[in-house]
Design a protein around this ligand. Structure first.
Ligand code: IPM
Ligand code: MG
Length: 383
């Protein structure tokens, strides 16, 4: 099969990790007989430098023609002084809204190979287990194109002035992101926790009304509710209790940063932002796939950034937008084998508590994943 991928390498370490990710995608294509056609596009800081806009209209137009978008990172100190509507982040928000990717999936699991990377104490982790093992494995589903990020905002010029931002959600916006949460949980541990601030906010009480209806369609999935302040506490108290968390744009932004620290390895975490509900009719929604680590300008161009989050983002692309589950799983398994062998980029080194580790750079790590993918394929004797 042929697939089109819009590639936005972006700023900072974006280009170097995205180069490793497209190599991995090509290797998957060679093995399984697919062709991925790339269309390279500009957005973020580089787009500001080259075109004056963080999201040139051609970028959005071209991205809409592709099956999926692979994004590196946007932003850096060079563009921090610009006014709000010209900042690189505007490019990101415009791309999300323009492609209608309303559901942001941020998996956060503790990998056994990186056990010592988790800042939680042994007792906390031991009390927090998934299927009998001290660990956690959660998926945060964050609403991405609504709420306070996109609500009415402004300034009021009276006295010394005032400013406001608005949290507003329609039934449809809530329903569709909840359905992504339930559909995801169905293939996991069948627990959905809705995080809100229903003791204070009307919009949260409305989320619960929608959830009461939508949950009826998923009788074998347990639904629970937590206030966001309590959820922030539970995440560090007993993270193993969570399967799928579904929440609003801003709460999801905050909680997903917290969850990422628990894995000890922000350089490992991929994300998917989807314009539809996976596993339903019309089943493989368009998506934006990006590592969550950001542009990390301090280490850009030094061949030390961890490419695994970008490579794992490609696995999510295969799974969600292209419906290629076998290929996605093969890539994820290759990453796992490379970690099993002790290969580490410096951000995840010294975290496994043993001395069998080998520190490698961005390129070597990417090459190791390709090799693990190909070796495994040959060992299985398929071609
Ligand atoms: C994220 C980031 C963005 C967000 C910023 C860069 C606008 O923090 O993807 O989590 O707040 O959504
Ligand atoms: Mg964030």
């Amino acid at each position: 099969m042929n697939f089109s991928v819009a590639v936005i390498p972006g700023d900072g370490v974006g280009p170097e990790v995205i180069a490793r990710a497209t190599e991995a995608l090509d290797a998957v294509g060679d093995i399984y007989g697919h062709v991925f056609n790339y269309v390279e596009l500009l957005a973020g800081g580089r787009a500001i430098d080259e075109t004056g806009s963080p999201l040139p209209p051609e970028t959005l137009e071209a991205a809409r023609q592709c099956g999926a978008v692979l994004l590196g990172a946007m932003g850096g100190p060079g563009w921090d002084a610009l006014p709000g509507h010209l900042r690189p982040e505007r490019g990101l928000l415009g791309l999300r809204a323009g492609l209608g990717v309303f559901a942001n999936l941020r998996p956060a699991a503790l990998l056994p190979q990186l056990r010592a990377a988790c800042p939680l104490k042994d007792e906390v982790l031991a009390a927090s287990n998934v299927e009998g093992k001290p660990a956690f494995d959660m998926l945060i589903v964050r609403e991405l194109t609504g709420g306070i990020y996109f609500g009415e905002r402004g300034r009021i010029e009276s006295g010394r002035g005032a400013a406001f931002d608005t949290e507003k959600y329609s039934w449809e916006e809530i329903e569709r992101v909840l359905r992504v949460g339930y559909a995801s949980s169905a293939a996991r541990r069948k627990k959905v926790c809705i995080v809100d601030k229903a003791n204070v906010m009307e919009s949260s009480r409305f989320w619960r009304e929608v959830a009461a209806e939508v949950s009826k369609d998923y009788p074998d999935i347990e639904t629970s509710y937590l206030y966001v302040d309590n959820a922030a506490m539970q995440l560090i108290r007993a993270p193993g209790q969570f399967d799928v968390i579904v929440t609003s744009n801003m709460f999801g932004d905050i909680l997903s940063d917290e969850a990422s620290v628990l894995t000890g390895s922000i350089g490992m975490l991929p994300s998917a932002s989807l314009a539809g509900i996976p596993g339903t009719a019309g089943g493989s929604p368009r998506g934006i796939y990006e590592p969550i680590h950001g542009s990390a300008p301090d280490i850009a161009g030094k061949n030390i950034a961890n490419p695994l989050a970008a490579i794992l983002s490609v696995a999510l692309m295969l799974r969600y937008s292209f419906g290629l589950e076998k290929e996605a799983a093969a890539l994820e398994a290759a990453v796992n084998r490379v970690l099993d062998k002790g290969l580490r980029t410096s951000d995840i080194a010294g975290r496994g508590g043993d001395n069998t580790e080998k520190i490698v750079g961005t390129q070597e790590m990417g090459a190791a994943v390709l090799k693990a993918l190909e070796d495994h394929w040959e060992k299985k004797g398929q071609g």
